[in-house]
Design a protein around this ligand. Sequence first.
Ligand code: TYD
Length: 200
Amino acid sequence: MKEGTFIVLEGIDGTGKSTISKKLKEWLEGDGREVVLTAEPTKEWLGNAVRRANEEDLDPRTESLLFTADRCQHTKRIGTWLDEGKVVICDRYFGSTVAYQGAALAPLMGDNAIPWLMALNGPVARRADVTILLTCEPSMAMRRVGDRGHLSKFEKEEYLRKVQDNYLMLAKELNWTVVDSDVQLAQVVETVKQAVRAYV
Ligand code: TYD
């Protein structure tokens, strides 16, 4: 049986991750692959707990643990889909915790924040075959998420800038593919397909 492929899309809010992941799914299905599109926070009760935590003023360490708990259970389901030979496209994964909670924890933990989050996620997260980081000028991202109406505390421009810096640091360290999403959608989709092609 053909082994599954684990594809992760990361990026700040407003980079078009969900649109791109849907296009990627259509393309791979057109190629005869069975595809599961999944996302974090999940739609399970742990994901709902994370969403509730987003709305309340919880300690960012508590939030980090909740996001990671949701991921731990999600990773088991991802493992099952991969064992079944499916392509799994995951909209956000452990990089989101390192980038977002890394930014939120910096005032509290300084330089210890990111190493702690990496250590916490090490035994929980599974290695993806390919991770695509979609980047975007944060002011542009703000305009896009602003169009959706309600802004969460994770969607403020200055914060998003720090989050994107953390993402870029991870991309360099972990060899992720970085794709600029400030161009025509068709062009972004094409670049993402090229990055994925070698693995599916
Ligand atoms: P989002 O992808 O917007 O999900 P939904 O559309 O279901 O609300 O994620 C919600 C917010 O949570 C988003 O601003 C990013 C943030 N987030 C973290 O801070 N850490 C994480 O580990 C994850 C997965 C998301």
